[in-house]
Design a protein around this ligand. Structure first.
Ligand code: KG4
Ligand code: ZN
Length: 341
């Protein structure tokens, strides 16, 4: 093993994607394999935890072999094994964690614990090789919505969070109301592109509040009420217009609060992370508004916004070089939070 190059393998199994990646020096992706279970869970309208765990078990060993093969590396080259230990579904997390522990033990490779939310932020480091903290980051996923300032590697200041539903959860619930199926985010995104975003005026919840928190459950209820009222009055329900109007209401608050957070904390750089960062409307509005404000913007390509192991490997690299290591007693932490130093 050449010491100037650190090869990190990472395993991600916190929800419905089983993923393995190998990175060189925390930013260069040698392999990044994602196996999604969406086709299985969509039958049930959402992720079924027990099925997710079983599917992770079925595919993980194959994915590890494939990641090694694609990277041209062997276990002998691997400096550390990163693994997501939370937040997520406990049974799903335990699959990745058990496999990572087994490899670390059998091969005598250091085990590096990774917080999944941190992983989403680090997708930006893979996407932009020269990017360095500090910056303001909007994290929008299926389970989390945060505005943070990343001051340094492993050093975060949480500025705001959601008081109820996560942004992605709101997209998924509205999609269910409209009968679009799971996962709803990409379906709303697609429909919104052909709908009229000004046809229905849904509330911009907490837009005017001077904190950096969000609330999406009121917006979700407004969509449900609108659909029910239209049905009662025997009026047309235009899914594209509803999707576009809902999306506009959600992203306006996300974008404006992030811009305000950056400006008020003197940050001239914004990064966006998490599954909802794949949303075209959010990407467009964030680009437009940050340009208007003279703020530099980073958003990873779509495939790195949604769950993957490359982002986990990036965190694992930076944790490893700072000496962070887990022992064999590490357990899954389903409600793990993003902490400051
Ligand atoms: O980050 P992620 O892959 O998993 C979690 O850590 O939760 O995020 C998944 C969430 C889901 O709620 C999904 O509907 C949403 O991201 N999502 C989107 C889009 N693609 C995925 N939401 C809006 N527009 C999209 N294009
Ligand atoms: Zn995620």
């Amino acid at each position: 093993m050449t010491k100037d190059k650190i090869y990190t393998m990472a395993i991600e199994s916190s929800c419905d994607e089983t993923a393995v990646a190998i990175l060189e020096n925390g930013r260069k992706v040698l392999s990044n394999i994602v196996s999604t279970q969406i086709d299985i869970h969509k039958e049930f309208g959402g992720v079924v935890p027990e099925i997710a765990s079983r599917k992770h078990i079925e595919s993980i060993i194959y994915l590890i072999d494939k990641a090694l093969e694609e990277s041209g590396k062997t276990f002998r080259d691997i400096s550390n094994i990163g693994v997501t230990y939370g937040p997520g579904l406990v049974g799903a997390l335990l699959v990745g964690l058990s496999v990572a522990k087994a490899i670390a033990f059998a091969r005598n490779i250091p085990l590096t614990p990774v917080n999944h939310i941190e992983g989403h932020i680090y997708a930006n480091f893979i996407s932009y090789p020269d990017l360095e903290p500090p910056f303001t980051c909007l994290i929008v996923s299926g389970g989390h919505t945060n505005i943070i300032n990343m001051r340094d590697y492993g050093d975060y200041e949480v500025l705001g969070t959601t008081l109820d539903d996560a942004a992605g959860e709101a997209f998924d619930k509205v999609a269910r109301t409209l009968g679009l199926g799971y996962p709803g985010g990409p379906k709303i995104d697609k429909l919104a592109q052909i709908g009229d975003s000004e046809s229905i005026k849904f509330p911009r919840v907490k837009l005017k509040d001077d904190d950096y928190d969000f609330s999406f459950s009121g917006l979700k209820s407004s969509v449900l009420n609108y659909v029910n009222q239209q049905k009662q009055k025997d009026k047309k329900i235009d899914n594209a217009d509803i999707a576009a109007s809902f999306q506009a209401a959600a992203i306006e608050v996300l974008v404006e609060k992030t811009i305000r957070a950056a400006k008020e904390t003197n940050m001239n750089l914004i990064a966006v992370a998490g599954g909802v960062a794949a949303n075209q409307g959010l990407r467009d509005l964030m680009s437009k508004r940050s340009q208007e404000e003279g703020i530099d913007l980073k958003i990873p390509p779509r495939a790195l916004c949604t769950d993957n192991a490359a982002m986990i490997a990036s965190v694992a690299y930076y944790n490893y070089i700072r000496g962070i290591e887990a022992d064999m007693s590490i357990n899954a932490v389903p409600n793990l939070k993003l902490k400051g130093r």
